[in-house]
Design a protein around this ligand. Structure first.
Ligand code: CO
Length: 139
């Protein structure tokens, strides 16, 4: 019997939550030292510095904008530090986006784009998701 990786259904999972912070070194000690989450290296994206912390099968990502004008910097200016987005990994990103579209969900990315770790991602507008910026990622 042949198994094809792209036909294995793993189900939608919580991939990570992104928290916008003013300074990593002020916030990281709580998650790392007090909660005891292990740090995992992540590439910086959009000019933001990211600290990844392993929480079971999901990650907590602390997002520090630094000096560049990226979406995290704009979020911090408007809203201050806090929950920035929730990311779900889905089996079939294109099919999920198609379902979003037919359900009338407002898409931020009309089609998937390349995110961190070389995976295709797409963002959904908070107005359709209970007020939370939602990122979808493929496995
Ligand atoms: Co993310």
């Amino acid at each position: 019997m042949t198994h094809h990786a792209d036909t294995v259904r793993r189900g939608t999972r919580l991939s990570h939550i992104g928290i916008a912070v003013l300074a990593l070194d002020q916030t990281l000690p709580f998650y790392r030292d007090v909660l005891g989450l292990a740090v995992t290296p992540l590439d910086d994206t959009d000019g933001a510095r990211i600290a990844g912390l392993v929480a079971g099968e999901s990650l907590v990502e602390l997002l520090e904008p630094g000096r560049s004008t990226n979406p995290i910097a704009r979020f911090l200016e408007k809203r201050g530090p806090g929950l920035h987005h929730v990311c779900f990994t889905v089996d079939d990103l294109d099919a999920t986006l198609a379902r979003c579209r037919s359900a009338g969900v407002t898409l931020i990315d009309e089609s998937p784009r390349m995110g961190a770790e070389g995976k295709r991602i797409a963002f959904l507008h908070p107005e359709s998701t209970g007020g939370v910026l939602v990122e979808l990622s493929e496995y």
